[in-house]
Design a protein around this ligand. Structure first.
Ligand code: CA
Length: 224
């Protein structure tokens, strides 16, 4: 078995590598997200053990990257941030398992074995258009790999457009996606959500355009 260990603390990395090697596991070590992305590209690992706090960012972004390139390699996230909210967040982002530090190597091994018994997971629900990535699981948006925070209604508009990319989404469908039954909808509110969203996508160079189909709805596609 070949395992990719993404961990920046040398002591922790050495101890884990030594312990895992005793069980005939080949360990490739990456100390940064950038090295891990390179190492994961060849898709030769059976499992990835991923620390969250890395010098060049949150380890969870590696998962989104992996899933966006079609990798289904299972990921166990290691973290000192072991609160329920952290675990839920990690699992929502596509982690297959979560292990809070400190832990016994035996427990890590047991979880690795359990994961390898599972059938490969479904294709991750990440939609890519231009430089935009939208996680349908967690509703997180990345542009050129950087998170894009959006107010709730703009996010819901974007989700509806992303799910039907290349097709016209009727105004009524967008309004249903954005508003509860109880909300009072102002006639131009949808258009202002769309124009704010459109401006942010242009500003961040997302490589997508939102076309207005006058009176009918909107359509999203990659910018030419
Ligand atoms: Ca760390």
């Amino acid at each position: 078995m070949r395992l990719l260990l993404v961990e920046d603390e040398p002591q922790m990395a050495d101890a884990l590598t030594a312990a895992l090697s005793r069980y005939d596991i080949i360990v490739d070590h990456a100390a940064t997200l950038a090295i891990a992305e390179d190492a994961a590209r060849d898709n030769v690992h059976d499992v990835i053990v991923l620390d969250r706090q890395l010098p060049d960012g949150d380890g969870l972004s590696l998962i989104l990257h992996l899933r966006s390139i079609g990798s289904k390699t299972p990921v166990i996230v290691l973290t000192a941030q072991g609160t329920v909210a952290d675990r839920v967040h990690g699992l929502d982002r596509g982690a297959d398992d979560y292990l809070a530090k400190p832990f016994a190597v035996e427990e890590l091994l047991a979880r690795v074995r359990a994961l390898l018994r599972r059938p490969p997971t479904m294709n991750a629900l990440v939609v890519r258009i231009g430089a935009l990535e939208f996680s349908l699981d967690s509703r997180e948006v990345f542009v050129n790999g950087k998170p894009l925070e959006l107010p709730r209604r703009e996010l819901l508009v974007l989700e509806a457009l992303v799910r039907r990319q290349g097709r016209t989404v009727l105004r009524s469908a967008l309004e249903e996606a954005v508003y509860n039954f109880d909300d009072e909808i102002q006639s131009n509110a949808l258009d202002s959500h769309v124009s704010r969203l459109r401006r942010k996508l242009v500003e961040t160079d997302a490589g997508v355009t939102i076309h207005s189909m006058r009176g009918v709805g909107y359509l999203m596609r990659p910018a030419c």
